[in-house]
Design a protein around this ligand. Structure first.
Ligand SMILES: [Cu+2]
Length: 254
């Protein structure tokens, strides 16, 4: 599914609007006018922390990376000037909904000695295609609990395809460049989204009903949103507030 690929490929860019809708068709009902959607926003509550400074790296450990082109942005907590929080993964499990697999592998690049996207959301069973757009080798080292682990070099301009069968949040690192860190969120939810740079997200294709969304963020933890009521042919709005207080053992990596 090209839309999904583009959405994931583009998701680490900070200046773009919310990720586009990932269309998922529910089993029943299955006509567009019988389905509704959620237009949501993840918003920081309270005083905003200062933006994270760029990553400081050991200059001796920058093997092969061109210093001028290293992407040093720390994406572990990104809050825009209106309080929108990026890279929050939202999932909804609709009983009986058909889970559509993307037709094309989901792209995950290494460019500027940086993972792009920082957080990839992957349906369980879908293929993730790791690319290396840099002029130097990278090493992909993942730390799964349920899926098969790997620790593999990806050569210059090379690719590596992997399927993740089981839902879990997986840390990914590059052993050559220790600042390179990211997450692969494998989900078996029927509907999912990731908040964009402005904190907004959209989940479409929902049968009418009341939904509590599961949310996850690497530093802020995880939890459920308030209930949102979805009606056929309408867009329900949801604003979910997060704060440092919300941290509850999410994906924070030591
Ligand atoms: Cu690397």
């Amino acid at each position: 599914m090209l839309t999904l690929s583009l959405f994931l490929a583009a998701s680490a860019l900070s200046a773009r609007p919310a990720d586009p809708v990932v269309p998922v068709t529910a089993a029943q009902p299955n006509h567009a006018d019988e389905l509704g959607s959620i237009s949501g926003k993840i918003v920081w509550e309270g005083e905003r922390p200062a933006p994270k400074p760029d990553i400081v790296m050991d200059e001796k450990a920058t093997t092969g990376c061109k210093h001028d082109s290293i992407n040093k942005k720390d994406e572990s907590l990104m809050i825009d000037d209106k309080g929108g929080v990026a890279n929050v993964v939202l999932t909804i499990e609709v009983a009986g909904a058909e889970k559509k697999m993307p037709a094309e592998p989901i792209e995950f690049d290494q460019e500027g000695c940086h993972f792009d996207p920082h957080v990839a959301v992957v349906p369980a069973g879908a293929t993730l295609r790791f690319a290396n757009s840099d002029d130097t080798n990278h090493n992909l080292h993942i730390y799964p609990k349920k899926n098969e682990g790997f620790n593999t070099n990806v050569a210059v301009k090379g690719t590596l395809e992997k399927v993740f069968a089981k839902a879990e949040v997986i840390d990914i690192k590059c052993d050559i460049h220790p600042w390179m860190k990211g997450y692969i969120v494998v989900t078996d939810a029927s509907h999912f989204a990731k908040s964009g740079a402005d904190g907004t997200f959209t989940i479409a294709g929902l049968p009418p009903g009341d939904y509590e969304l599961n949310w996850w963020h690497e530093e802020l933890g995880k939890g459920k949103t308030a209930k949102v009521h979805v009606e056929a042919g309408k867009v329900a709005t949801l604003e979910h507030k997060v704060s440092a207080k919300a941290a509850g053992g999410g994906g924070r990596r030591k």
